[in-house]
Design a protein around this ligand. Structure first.
Ligand SMILES: *[C@@H]1O[C@H](CO)[C@@H](O)[C@H](O)[C@H]1NC(C)=O
Ligand SMILES: *[C@@H]1O[C@H](CO)[C@@H](O)[C@H](O)[C@H]1NC(C)=O
Length: 260
C-alpha cells in the first residue's frame, strides 16, 4: 500500500510538473458517465482509468448517471449464460436528478444497448437534453447507438463496434457511419470503435484538450501502447464492414455469436 501511494504521488507530481500550462487553459471540470444494465466493463473502466490519473493533477469531477441510484451490473440480462459473472458500479446521480453543468458526457456500449427501447429511452432522452449544453460528447463501442437514437449524430460522421455493424447502422439511418476507423471526431462529438478502442479514443481526446505530452505520459504510466492513427482499424476487414473482404476472416468465424 505504501509503495502504491508513493507511486501515485510520484506519478501525480510528474504529470503536474509539466502540465500546469495547458490544463489551466481548459476549464473542463464536470464529466458524466452514463451507465445502464449490461454495460460493457471496459467501455467504462478503460477510459476512466486514464481520466482517474488525469484527475490527480487537473480538477475533474466525475458523476455516474443511471436510471436509479441502485448499483448497475455488467451481467447480460437479455441472454442466457451459464454464469453468475459480472460487476457493479454505483451511480452518483439519476437521469431525473442529474449533476448540474456537465461539460462532458461519456456513453458506453455493451449488450445493454440491445435492451427494449422503453428501457433505454431515459438514457436516450438524457443524452438529447444534455447535448446542447455539453462541450464534448463521447461514445465508446455501441454507445454510439444511443447517441444515434437521440438524434445528435444525424448528418454527422461517426463510428462504433464493427462486430455489431448491422445493428449500429439500423439505429441511425441519417448518420454517416464510418466503416473503418478507430475513432471519429465530428464537431464536439467523439465516437470510438469497439470496446478497447475507447482507450485509444480517450487518450486522443486527452491529448486534444490537455496536450499530447499529458496523454503520452499517462499512457506510459499505465504501460499502454496507443494507436494514434484514427484510421487504424483491422477489425473493419475482420467484420467486413467495408465490403472489401475477399475471404472470410478465420478469427471472425471462430468468434461466438455474442454481439456487443
Ligand atoms: C466539483 O465537486 C466539488 C465537490 O462536490 C464541488 O465543491 C465543486 O464545486 C465542483 N466543481 C464544479 C466546477 O462544479
Ligand atoms: C464482404 O462484403 C461484400 C459486400 O457485401 C461481399 O460481396 C463479400 O462477399 C463479403 N466478403 C466476405 C468474406 O464475406
Amino acid at each position: 500500500m505504501k509503495q502504491f501511494v508513493t507511486f501515485v504521488l510520484a506519478a501525480a507530481a510528474f504529470v503536474h510538473a509539466q502540465d500546469t500550462g495547458t490544463s489551466s487553459l481548459q476549464p473542463l471540470v464536470n464529466i458524466g458517465y452514463v451507465v445502464f444494465p449490461s454495460f460493457e466493463a471496459l467501455d467504462v473502466f478503460g477510459p476512466l482509468d486514464p481520466l482517474n490519473m488525469l484527475s490527480m493533477t487537473v480538477p475533474l469531477n466525475l458523476s455516474i448517471i443511471a436510471g436509479s441510484l441502485d448499483p448497475v451490473n455488467t451481467r447480460p440480462v437479455s441472454m442466457a449464460t451459464p454464469s453468475f459473472f459480472g460487476e457493479s458500479i454505483v451511480p452518483s446521480h439519476t437521469f431525473a436528478d442529474p449533476p448540474k453543468n456537465l461539460d462532458v458526457l461519456i456513453v458506453p456500449g455493451g449488450l445493454g444497448t440491445r435492451a427494449p427501447i422503453e428501457q433505454l429511452q431515459p438514457a436516450i432522452d438524457f443524452i438529447k437534453t444534455q447535448y446542447p449544453d455539453l462541450k464534448y460528447l463521447i461514445s465508446v463501442c455501441t454507445g454510439a447507438t444511443l447517441l444515434a437514437r437521440a438524434g445528435v449524430l444525424d448528418g454527422r460522421r461517426a463510428t462504433s463496434n464493427k462486430a455489431a455493424w448491422a445493428f449500429v447502422k439500423s439505429t441511425g439511418p441519417n448518420v454517416e457511419w464510418v466503416p473503418q476507423a478507430r475513432w471519429v471526431v465530428d464537431g464536439n462529438i467523439w465516437t470510438t470503435s469497439g470496446v478497447a478502442a475507447g482507450i485509444d479514443g480517450i487518450f486522443a481526446w486527452i491529448g486534444h484538450v490537455w496536450g499530447e505530452d499529458t496523454s503520452l505520459r499517462i499512457a506510459n504510466l499505465i504501460e499502454y501502447e496507443r494507436h494514434t492513427d484514427p484510421s487504424w482499424d483491422p477489425f473493419a476487414i475482420i467484420w467486413n464492414t467495408t465490403g472489401t473482404a475477399s475471404a472470410p476472416a478465420a478469427s471472425a468465424k471462430l468468434l461466438p455469436v455474442i454481439e456487443i
